[in-house]
Design a binder for this molecule. Structure first.
Ligand SMILES: *Cc1c(COP(=O)(O)O)cnc(C)c1O
Length: 396
């Protein structure tokens, strides 16, 4: 099938839930993608922060194929070597003690919410079930994680939504205090709001949130679905705050391209869930776990982290050096980069694709870059040259 035929088949048979760009990928290597017509793109997206080792990474391919050739799936009635190995790595890299493997970010968050509610129910009885999240947050697409998402545009059509969620603006501790009462069991936040606009949550706000949580035995959940697994130059972005979370969720970058999600629990609630409380047919899939082991091994080293920070700084410094009138602010932690623009970010995206560059948007006015963490400096500079060209021409 050629591009037109594939686009027509998609339109005819796949539900129209995505505004797709006219690209049909053929193959890629590192951060360079080719479509079926042979056109080349530099990838500043990693999917949406998923392909942390880029396309067709040798070590990742070897890890995945080795497991596929042994067995792809049994069931969670049996033990899984790659899942145990991965759990060991993740707990030793963080302050968290135990882990549950799911398949996506929404599922990881859904599990985290269940865990927090059970922790509170067992200790304090019914009624203490409220979860507070932040305005402009994004936590997923299931009915409950939509309910947890602090953006009105997601609270449509699918009524009734799950009860027990309240929203408070980021970095406003007084507003948060005002909505805390005896029904609150958890506060959930993204260290950097990804979909919401690459908004970096302030250090002193998080420290104050942690104090309130300690005082009232409220669980602190970090949604690190987008920020986790070294994306920001630390294994978890929440490490920047120096506070120990009670629960952390991971997904996007963890499998390097295969679906996997996870929620991890600290000391307080590591033993809360018991047999029968939670489960997943596909969760902890051996192939996804083998892929994730490779990702974690490669990206959790000091050298990997410092490279990520260096590349992020190079990108943000370069964009700043252009001094373009269209750019109002650059927000950057490692390779999670938000460029706030005065033009329509969707226009930047379509122009970028035409010129051979893949980028993302976020919030109302942000161009978001989430390149593979192993992107090369020459790929970065090739992509930046295209970005400069399109931001300059749109601004003119
Ligand atoms: C993408 C994302 C999710 C949802 O993940 P899915 O895998 O699409 O379900 C949840 N939280 C955050 C912060 C995300 O960026």
């Amino acid at each position: 099938m050629n591009t037109d035929k594939i686009m027509a088949a998609d339109a005819a048979h796949i539900m129209h839930t995505y505004g797709r760009l006219p690209v049909v990928p053929s193959h890629g290597k590192s951060a360079t993608l080719f479509d079926i017509e042979g056109k080349k793109y530099i990838d500043f997206t990693s999917g949406i922060g998923v392909n942390s080792l880029g396309f067709a990474d040798k070590g990742w391919c070897d890890a995945v194929t080795a497991q596929v050739q042994k067995f792809a799936h049994v069931s969670n009635y049996y033990y899984c070597e790659t899942a145990s190995l991965l759990a060991e790595k993740l707990t030793s890299l963080t302050s968290l003690k135990k882990i549950f493997f799911a398949n996506s970010g929404a599922e990881a968050n859904e599990g985290a919410i269940k865990l927090a509610r059970k922790y509170s129910f067992v200790k304090y009885g019914a009624g203490r079930h409220t979860v507070i999240t932040l305005t402009d947050s994004f936590h997923g697409r299931t009915v409950t994680t939509l309910s947890a998402t602090g953006q009105d545009k997601f609270h449509n059509y699918f009524f009734p939504f799950t009860d027990g969620f309240r929203f408070s603006p980021a970095n406003d501790i007084e507003a948060l205090k005002n909505i805390i009462d005896d029904t609150v069991c958890a506060i959930m936040l993204e260290p950097i709001q990804g979909e919401g606009g690459v908004n970096i949550v302030k250090d002193d706000f998080v420290k104050q949130v942690k104090e309130i949580c300690n005082e009232k035995d409220i669980l602190l959940i970090f949604d690190e679905v987008q920020t986790g697994v070294s994306r920001t130059g630390k294994f978890l972005a929440s490490e920047y705050f120096n506070v120990d979370p009670d629960i952390v969720t991971l997904a996007k970058g963890l499998g390097g391209g295969l679906p996997i999600g996870a929620f991890m629990a600290g000391e307080k609630c590591a033993e809360t869930l018991c047999p029968g409380d939670h489960g997943s047919t596909f969760g902890g899939n051996p192939v996804s776990c083998a892929a994730a082991c490779e990702v974690v091994d490669r990206l959790s080293t000091k050298e990997a982290m410092s490279e990520i920070l260096e590349k992020g700084k190079h990108i943000s410094d370069t964009v700043a050096s252009w001094k373009l009138p269209t750019v109002s602010e650059i927000r950057c932690k490692g390779l999670m980069i938000g460029i706030q623009v005065k033009c329509d970010p969707k226009l930047c995206l379509t122009e970028a694709v035409k010129n051979g560059l893949l980028i993302l948007t976020a919030g109302k006015d942000v161009v978001r870059l989430l390149p593979p963490l192993t992107i090369t400096m020459s790929e970065i500079d090739e992509g930046l040259a295209i970005l400069k060209k399109i931001l300059t021409s749109i601004g003119a």
